[in-house]
Design a protein around this ligand. Structure first.
Ligand code: HEM
Length: 173
C-alpha cells in the first residue's frame, strides 16, 4: 500500500488550526464515541479533557513517524500491548476507526475541504495502525525482544515514564 504521506501531514496540520483546533477535534472524538458506542464508556477512567491530549499526541507521533517504520512499528506494537491493560478488544478497533474518520471529516469539512482522497488516505492509515496494534496485542510475547530493544517493558509501558504515548528515540547504551 502506498500512503499519501504529504496529504496525511497536511491534513493533520489543519486539524490544529481549523475549527477550534486539536482540542475541539479531541473532545468531539470522545463525545461521539461515547454516544455512538456506549459499551466502551466503562473502559475509560481518564476524563476526555485529559485523554484527548494523549490521543492527539499519539496521532502526531504516528503522522510524524510514517516514514520511519523502524521506530513507528515498535511504538505501535507497544501501544497495542498496553491497550490489553485497558481491556480493549479487537472488535473495538472498528468503532474507534469509524469514529476517528467521522470526526476528522466533520472537523476539517467545516472550514476547508474534506475530499475523498483525504478520506481514503486517513482510512488506510488508521487501518494499518489498528492492524499493527491488534497483531501485537494478539501475541505480546512475540514482541518482547523488540520492545526491550526500544526501551519498553514487555507490557508496552516504560519504566519511570508516565507518558508512554510520547515517542522517544532510544539512547544507545
Ligand atoms: C487507532 C488506534 C488507537 C490509538 C492511536 C489510541 C491511542 C491511545 C493513547 C495514546 C492512550 C494513552 C495511554 C497509552 O498510550 O498507553 C490510549 C488509552 C486508552 N485507549 Fe486507546 N487508542 C487506540 C485504540 C483504542 C481502542 C480501539 C480502544 C477501545 C475502546 C481504546 C481505548 C483506550 C482506553 C480505555 C484507554 C485508557 C483510558 C484511561 O486512561 O482511562 N483505544 N489510547
Amino acid at each position: 500500500m502506498s500512503l499519501n504521506v504529504g496529504l496525511l501531514r497536511e491534513t493533520f496540520a489543519r486539524v490544529k488550526t481549523e475549527n477550534g483546533g486539536a482540542t475541539a477535534l479531541g473532545m468531539s472524538f470522545y463525545k461521539r464515541l461515547f454516544e455512538k458506542y456506549p459499551a466502551v464508556i466503562p473502559l475509560f477512567h481518564t476524563p476526555p479533557e485529559e485523554q484527548h491530549k494523549k490521543l492527539i499526541a499519539s496521532l502526531g507521533a504516528i503522522v510524524g513517524g510514517v516514514e520511519q517504520p523502524e521506530r513507528l512499528l515498535p511504538y505501535l506494537h507497544a501501544m497495542g500491548i498496553r491497550h490489553l491493560k485497558y481491556k480493549t478488544e479487537t472488535a473495538h478497533y472498528g468503532a474507534v476507526a469509524e469514529n476517528l474518520l467521522a470526526v476528522l471529516a466533520e472537523h476539517l469539512g467545516k472550514e476547508g475541504e474534506w475530499t475523498s482522497e483525504m478520506q481514503e488516505t486517513w482510512s488506510a492509515a488508521i487501518a494499518v495502525v489498528a492492524k499493527t496494534m491488534i497483531e501485537a496485542a494478539d501475541n505480546p510475547l512475540a514482541y518482547k525482544d523488540e520492545l526491550t530493544q526500544m526501551g519498553y517493558e514487555p507490557d508496552g509501558f516504560r519504566k519511570n515514564d508516565s507518558q508512554p504515548w510520547v515517542e522517544k528515540p532510544v539512547v544507545a547504551k
